[in-house]
Design a protein around this ligand. Structure first.
Ligand code: SAM
Ligand code: SF4
Length: 317
């Protein structure tokens, strides 16, 4: 489906829960976010219906996210049902990795293709502080298991002066020996974290400054927001995702669905289209889907130093 600015919208990111077993400092306030009521969340049957409609108009890739998607009971059966939609070419997941060690094999068996694991520090005490209670070893074991069972893996590392500026080189080195891509993401001012994000923002240019051996590589997927680089003789690549320092809206091919059934045409814009109400009234939801694509803005509002109301954990990143 082509939007007003000629972009082919073929990628749907679905947040299946607002719940999370971590409380990362830059993503959630200290006391967490008030949970949505269970009846507010779209059921797996409703999610399947919505995704099917999107596939009918050309969506080829779905990414499940959250909150933490692996804490939602029933996710394996849900992935299996998605795997039967033949026109859906790619089923991916973004996770904090805490439950991957036990779930990776089942995820693969039920049809998951790839997994992005969020990891911002390689130091156990920092990890514990950043996530407000997480265990780094658990996540590292989860990543190994995901690789062992044959899932494609990317590591996503949000840059922050407060957390990992002195670990950039260590993260880049991971791409040399591990069969995965390491991607650095700029911290974005979202929801209640605006002051934190402005104070601790680091441009992805810092990665290139600290690692002059990185050389640009060809982009395999032109709609990917990452620019890719590689160390000499490395197995994996290094990606830079720079929503603030290098706007990539021109090639944006995505649309998002929140856990409570709102379509978000743009991450950094408060415009939302309610799908849940028409869905539950048994209405045809296609006109609402088409409207969401039609109102997708040309670019986000970050350049104008505007932020949005929802927390990242209620959207899915
Ligand atoms: N819980 C899962 C996880 O952590 O991967 C999925 C949801 S999380 C909201 C998705 C991604 O958003 C994570 O990689 C996280 O680091 C990133 N994220 C959260 N808040 C962010 C912010 N303010 N700026 C940039 N990335 C952010
Ligand atoms: Fe949870 Fe992911 Fe947000 Fe961390 S980044 S609090 S793991 S949703």
């Amino acid at each position: 489906m082509i939007d007003r600015f000629g972009r082919d919208i073929n990628y749907l990111r679905v947040s299946i829960t607002d719940r999370c077993n971590y409380r990362c400092q830059y993503c959630m306030p200290h006391d967490g976010v008030k949970n949505m009521a269970h009846e507010e969340l779209l059921s797996f049957e409703e999610l399947y219906l919505v995704i099917h409609q999107f596939v009918n108009i050309g969506v080829k890739k779905v990414r499940l996210t959250g909150g933490e998607p692996l804490v939602r009971k029933g996710i394996l059966g849900f992935i299996q049902s998605l795997s039967h939609i033949t026109a859906l070419e790619d089923i991916a997941l973004t996770t904090n990795g805490s439950l991957l060690k036990t779930m990776a094999a089942d995820l693969k068996r039920n049809g998951l293709h790839r997994v992005n694991v969020s990891l911002d520090t390689l130091k156990p005490d920092r990890f514990h502080r950043l996530t407000r209670g997480g265990d780094l070893q658990n996540v590292l074991d989860g990543i190994s298991e995901a690789l062992n069972v044959g899932l494609k893996v990317k590591l996503n590392c949000v840059l922050s002066k407060d957390i990992n500026i002195d670990e950039i080189v260590d993260f880049v080195k991971l791409s040399r020996d591990w069969k995965l891509d390491v991607r650095f993401i700029e911290l974005m001012p979202i929801g209640e974290n605006v002051d934190y994000a402005l104070k601790h923002y680091v441009s992805t240019q810092e990665v290139l400054r600290l690692c002059p051996d990185l050389t640009p590589t060809e982009a395999l997927d032109p709609s990917s927001p990452a620019r890719y680089f590689q160390l000499p003789d490395a197995i994996g690549k290094v990606g830079l995702i720079s929503p603030l320092s290098c706007n990539f809206c021109n090639d944006c091919n995505r649309i998002r669905l929140t856990p409570d059934g709102k379509l978000k045409p743009c991450l950094h814009n408060d415009v939302e289209i309610d799908l849940r109400t028409p869905l539950r009234y048994g209405e045809n939801i296609m006109p609402y889907i088409l409207e969401a694509i039609n109102v997708k803005p040309e670019k986000h509002l970050l350049d104008q130093h505007k932020t949005i109301v929802r927390q990242m954990s209620q959207i899915g990143g």
